[in-house]
Design a protein around this ligand. Structure first.
Ligand code: FRU
Length: 509
């Protein structure tokens, strides 16, 4: 993986181990006076007409009308609206000019793109981060203000805040930024803030990428922060192969006990293909330190190839709902679509259950999917679908079987149920369709089914350029990008006599 070097005013910046190709569209309209004082003006690209029907345009996943996106940012549920901000280049289809784009939804599935919410400034690009509802006006920006917490990526990466008093549509950057300064660490980014009822204060966790660690800070007012501790897992070698990014921390019930979960997105070292993925750690938090319980880490949130930078929404009560960037740092710069580049995954709801002595982080597609779902019907080899669909296949684990999705062009997506080893093996190789990166094709993407039952129900969520597979109870989840000539609309099953069902998922645009 090669480092990217890009320029902001007179200062060269590097982003280690990232393969997103950089745009060089930053325009410096004023020479830096002292230090990094460049005023940046980003020229938005002219709006391209679209009916959201281009080849490979996802029909049930969020994509921007046009241009580059990566990580989901600042997800917060407020006043009945799901906010999804995201890393966005307002002026091009390559990574660059990092800003926060914005979309809103009443139901987690139908998204309306809103004006760009945060643009770069003299402190740097607006990198990933989170947002909270400040119900009690702890920061003094107003009761119920939405406060965004993000990394300003300039000469150094530093944590900043901005607030919105109009329901998340426009933000004012806090004049005291950065709220956490940094002059010594390289990668120091992606703050996730949450309110703790246990300790009556705000906490922030963020990643120290190359140092393979995360810092936890606390605050009463979102403006003044105190370092609590640094979390790392030095002895678990497999956790320290890439760059730590986009950390999250939340609670979940586990066998009747409240557990803290820390998730770490890591760019490098993923078991399938060696690219990027999301690790998780389960343990306890004493208000200062997160202590991971002893398990065989790394544990992975999912084993598909294309779910990165996954983090959870804030202000959702006991529900933990995450969404990820449906891509992989290995080849994200080669995403072949235009005028948009990349989509989000479907939203998922998380829970913890014990499986073979290990706390398994289960992912099920958020039940709000019912708002786009049609009636179930028996699935025949010609599926008879148009935009997107859900296919449900109950499979016996007493013998192997192979489930193949295909289309008239001969593209094939093959999923083998390896009953002996209780795992799925997905062939996301060259047969799936087009691809434009050497690292893209992988014929044996393996995922454990994590069940001792005799039968497992597989759910396939199929869109124009992706297949997400989960088991019905979420014990397995695998997301993969694919670029078939047309959506897979044929089904072939070998090895078992099964009774699959299918239902249409209606387009969200
Ligand atoms: C992850 C990431 C983050 C960073 C952002 C920059 O994909 O590298 O760590 O904030 O993307 O776009």
């Amino acid at each position: 993986m090669k480092p990217i070097i890009y320029y902001l005013g007179a200062v060269a910046l590097t982003l280690a181990s990232c393969t997103k190709e950089a745009d060089t569209i930053i325009e410096v309209v004023k020479e830096p006076e002292a230090g990094l004082q460049a005023q940046l003006q980003i020229v938005p690209s002219p709006e391209i007409a679209t009916d959201y029907r281009e080849q490979w345009r996802p029909q049930i996943h969020f994509t921007p009308r046009q241009n580059w996106i990566n990580d989901p940012n600042g997800m917060v549920y407020a006043d009945g609206t799901w906010h999804l901000y995201y890393q966005y280049n307002p002026s091009g289809q390559n990574w660059g000019n990092m800003s926060w784009g914005h979309a809103t939804s009443p139901d987690l599935f139908h998204w309306t793109e809103q004006p760009v919410a945060l643009l770069p400034d003299e402190l740097g690009y607006i990198y990933s981060g989170s947002a909270v509802v400040d119900k009690n006006n702890s920061a003094g920006f107003g009761a119920g203000a939405l406060v965004a917490i993000y990394t300003a990526h300039g000469v150094n990466e530093q944590q900043c805040i901005a607030y919105s008093t109009d329901g998340g549509m426009t933000f004012t950057k806090y004049e005291g930024n950065p709220v956490i300064k940094n002059t010594s660490h390289g990668d120091y980014r992606d703050p996730k803030v949450f309110w703790s009822d246990d300790y009556g204060c705000w906490y922030m966790i963020f990643a120290l990428g190359g140092e393979h660690s995360a810092q936890i800070w606390k605050s009463d007012n979102l403006k003044e922060w105190k370092l609590c501790s640094t979390f790392s897992v030095g002895s678990y070698v497999g956790c320290n192969q890439g760059v730590w990014e986009c950390t999250d921390m939340f609670t979940l019930d586990y066998k009747g006990e409240k557990k803290y979960v820390v998730t770490v997105n890591v760019s490098g070292g993923f078991p399938n293909g060696g690219g990027s993925g999301t690790m998780y750690f389960v343990g306890s938090f004493d208000g200062r330190r997160f202590i991971a319980d002893r398990y065989s880490y790394p544990l992975w949130q999912e084993l598909g190839l294309d779910n990165y930078a996954s983090v959870t929404w804030s202000n959702t009560g006991d529900r933990r709902i995450c969404i990820g960037w449906m891509n992989n740092q290995l080849y994200s710069g080669n995403y072949p679509c235009s005028p948009w580049r990349s989509s989000m995954t479907l939203p998922r709801e998380l829970s913890l259950v014990e499986y073979e002595g290990i706390p398994l982080l289960r992912n099920v597609i958020a039940p709000e999917i019912e708002c786009i779902a049609g009636e179930w019907r028996a699935a025949s080899p010609a599926l008879g679908i148009a935009d997107a669909y859900q296919l449900e296949v109950p499979v016996s684990l007493s013998s192997d079987c192979v489930i193949t999705l295909g289309n008239a062009a001969g593209d094939e997506y093959e999923v083998k149920v390896d009953a002996t080893n209780r795992r799925l093996i997905i062939d996301r190789g060259g047969r799936t369709g087009s691809y434009s990166a050497r690292e893209f094709p992988l014929t044996n993407v393996c995922g454990s089914l994590n069940t001792t039952a005799d039968e497992v129900v597989l759910e396939f969520y199929v869109d124009q350029s992706s297949v997400e597979i989960t088991t019905a109870d979420g014990s397995l989840c695998m997301s993969t990008l694919v670029f078939p000539a047309t959506i897979y609309d044929r089904l072939n099953i070998e090895g078992q006599n099964l009774s699959p069902k299918v239902r249409d998922l209606s387009r969200i645009w």
